[in-house]
Write a protein that binds this ligand. Sequence first.
Ligand code: PGA
Length: 246
Amino acid sequence: MANRPFIVGNWKMNGTRAMQAEARAIDRGAARHPGVRVAVAPPFTLIQTMAENAETMAIGGQDCHAAASGAYTGDVSAAMLADSGATFTILGHSERRAMHGESDDVVRAKADAALAAGLEVIVCVGETEAQRDAGQAEAVVCGQLDGSLPVGEGVTARVTVAYEPVWAIGTGLTPSLEQIEAVHRAVRAAMIERLGPAGAARPILYGGSVKPDNAREILAVPEVGGALVGGASLKAADFLGIVRGV
Ligand code: PGA
């Protein structure tokens, strides 16, 4: 059976308990769209409450540490995410790669830890504007996948890739539909190479300035199996507008 389109909200460092009304509205909306898989990754502080209250949407983390426990002040392990009710985590987001110096190796170690804790992983990749201008978008993305995608028996069914061009995140800019398709086809080939035939079945999300008014056309691009949504996931009306666009 083909995967349902997967629409994931990344709340980043936004949201306090005052966001509960928004979360409930997203959850109710998700129940009205059973053909779409809806998920939200709130800050750590909201995971438990949102997971306890969610009836339809999945709740996940935005990052985790690669170690199971230990002297890592300020960090959260994959097992802690799972214990809080998270069922997945985003990893290797470009903001983590850029602001926290996360290499492909680090992302891969985190992915292995998350999978071992029973979570699904959404591994993010994407080129900078300079890399795209230099004609390297596909090469950069495939290099990141080569270094950061987990491999191994039984993990494939829990691995999703999100292609997020760095220059499209939070800028209102998006690649052309042809550019999105070209990178998604390259990601698909890399997934099959790395994960085997099962890599053909996993969703590849597009992320970067997805809004209600461009979601429908982006989600119709071949090999786009969903969206990772930042800014527009903070308002239920906008996020559900994207869900409806599927
Ligand atoms: P944006 O962010 O939708 O605000 O561009 C996407 C992301 O960073 O996941």
